[in-house]
Design a binder for this molecule. Sequence first.
Ligand code: PGA
Length: 255
Amino acid sequence: MRKQIVAANWKMNLTLDEGAELVNEIFKGLPVLSEEKQVVIAPPYLHITQTAAQLTGIIDVHLGAQNCHHEASGAYTGEVSAAMLKSAEVEYVIIGHSERREYFKEDNAMIAKKVNQALINGLKVIFCCGEPLEIRDAGTQNAYVEKQIREGIFHLSEIQLNEVVIAYEPIWAIGTGRTATSAQAQDMHAHIRSVVAAKYEHEAGDNMTILYGGSCKPSNAAELFACPDVDGGLIGGASLKATEFLGIVEAMAFA
Ligand code: PGA
């Protein structure tokens, strides 16, 4: 059975105290999850050692980071390497988020290097893809997302691919309150799965966890997660409030 995940992407939000408090609130309300279901929390870098300490001994909640550098080490002032994340007990790293692509000019080639750094250092990757509004309006979103995936992760071996989760996040839905319909999400997720299955073995497509991201909230999570090819969500805004985030985790628990 493939993994189901609800991942919190806090982005550049919350002080250390606020982050610690949010994690405690999440613990209090966390439903019992079956073995294939996981929660991931990806706080800002500065929170990571604190959050790692809080997560010690908690089986269902895993630690993530929001980015890593594409080189192993060196003179890159202000940056954080995959090896550093690993040494701080990080398990997952989000790579290729649309905000990184847009504001920090990350292209597919750089993102592929980041994926390599993450995997070399024993991290699992949450690989983000998704089209801007003009591409959706032109109806060419399938080809657009397929190119991101081909150039970002299709250099990997099938064994390496096991360590990758794909997050489909239509840019027009991120932080806008405008969620993709469950039919739009399902169509794209099925497309992504078929692209993976065509490149690798059929089983690799079947086993690939594909998350939806973009204004996911308690009121729409159950419908999205009921789609056969939607295996959970990458949650931005709604991950900053324990009640909202827990509502989404519960939707996964019952999916
Ligand atoms: P959102 O962000 O839930 O605030 O739309 C999702 C994301 O960017 O990961």
